[in-house]
Design a protein around this ligand. Structure first.
Ligand SMILES: *Cc1c(COP(=O)(O)O)cnc(C)c1O
Length: 383
């Protein structure tokens, strides 16, 4: 077996378990206490103090002016699209290298994703590729950006901070600004990750986080919207809670609203997890640095490290197989030997729902798809 040394190193790092998973949650603190409190007080559902507390704690943690909980990261992204005014038949610029939720959220509106290449240094949307695509395809009419070829309005851009590594978000923000395009960050994977010392998700109008079970902290399932614009945040709160006009007993609603609010029982879990987030990230960064050191001694594999100007949460660790034909064998050997690994998501432009969408050369995107493998990345419980 050619990857014996790698398999043994990973097993060792995670305490020689029979099976080493990719990313599993850990519950070291007040999780049970807060959950019990929900049950004991009967506040398990759409009302309760943990919802408010989780939003306040997260706003404080990230530096957002307002944070609004959602039932999932996917519906946080859906809400984000609506909040920035994406409409049916608009185009939204994003990555082919992302999890399906990004494109699903765009599709719920009836808008069309357009796939722009990623950077080799970040694995996320490339400002250079974005600029090139816009220079070739976009024109500004009446203060709005249009695609000259399709005639459709280009309303928004959704970069994704892949595996927790921040994209060059300030450059992307400047380009969006120049072209009158709304910026929404898919920060589902990058809680705690910063670009130039600012939390990811705060560079555009809206940022979306996820608290799914495999993410850095979990609420079971859940998501969140981050805002620097308090008014837009208040609108998000209103729309995610059925757009009910506050009143002691009347049921009056002033918009088509959504039942996207995270239940109190999930928020309770989130509050407890957030108390340990910095510790989890420190732990994950130590794991990443152990990997980085180890893979220096492995000729045919590179370990992906955080880009310049960034602080990464190292949500999922990435190795790059120098030989693009080695990916299948690496996956086979590791998974056969109890070390869970997986390739990057099938590229969005290769899925039947999105294969007709426009895209640029996607040269770096395809380069990564052929070579990236995620390796175990859970928080290590150190005895
Ligand atoms: C996890 C994730 C989401 C949101 O997923 P949910 O499971 O709905 O919380 C969105 N985008 C990306 C890139 C993700 O990794």
């Amino acid at each position: 077996m050619s990857y014996n040394k790698v398999i043994n190193f990973i097993k060792d790092l995670y305490g020689n378990q029979e099976f080493t998973p990719l990313a599993v949650p850990v519950f070291p603190g007040n999780e049970k206490k807060y959950l019990n409190e929900c049950i004991d007080t009967t506040f398990v559902s759409s009302v309760g103090k943990f919802v408010d507390r989780f939003e306040e704690d997260m706003a404080r943690y990230t530096g957002a002016k307002k944070a609004v909980v959602c039932v999932s990261g996917t519906n946080a992204l859906h809400m984000a699209m609506m909040l920035v005014g994406v409409e049916r038949d608009d185009e939204v610029l994003t990555q082919a290298l992302t999890f399906i939720a990004t494109c699903n959220a765009i599709s719920y509106i009836g808008a069309h994703p357009v796939f722009i290449d990623v950077d080799r240094s970040t694995m996320g949307l490339s400002p250079d590729a974005l600029k090139t695509w816009l220079a070739q395809n976009a024109e500004i009419r009446n203060g709005q950006c249009y695609n000259k070829n399709t005639g459709r309005r280009v309303k928004a851009c959704v970069p994704m901070h892949t595996f927790g590594h921040p994209v060059r978000i300030d450059e992307i923000a400047a380009i969006c600004n120049e072209y009158h395009i709304e910026l929404v960050e898919d920060a589902a994977e990058s809680i705690g990750s910063k670009y130039k010392n600012i939390h990811t998700g705060l560079f555009g109008k809206v940022g979306a986080l996820s608290f799914n079970g495999n993410k850095t902290i979990t609420t079971g399932g859940g998501g969140m919207l981050l805002f620097m614009d308090e008014e837009l945040g208040a609108m998000a709160k209103h729309l995610t809670t059925q757009a009910k006009v506050p009143h002691r007993w009347e049921f009056r609603h002033d918009h088509i609203g959504y039942n996207y609010r995270m239940p109190n029982i999930n928020a309770a879990l989130g509050c407890a997890q957030l108390e340990h987030l910095d510790e989890f990230i420190e732990n994950k960064r130590q794991t990443a640095s152990a990997y980085a050191e180890f893979f220096k001694s492995v000729d045919d594999i590179d370990f992906f490290t955080e880009p310049e100007n960034s602080f990464s949460n190292y949500w999922l660790n990435v190795v790059i197989l120098k030989d693009r034909n080695a990916q299948q064998q690496f996956l086979q050997e590791t998974n056969d030997n109890g070390v869970m690994t997986r390739p990057i998501w099938e590229l969005m432009n290769r899925l039947p729902m999105f294969e007709k969408c426009e895209h640029d050369s996607l040269a770096n995107t395809v380069w990564f798809a052929d070579r990236v493998v995620n390796i175990p990345s859970s928080v290590r419980l150190l005895q």
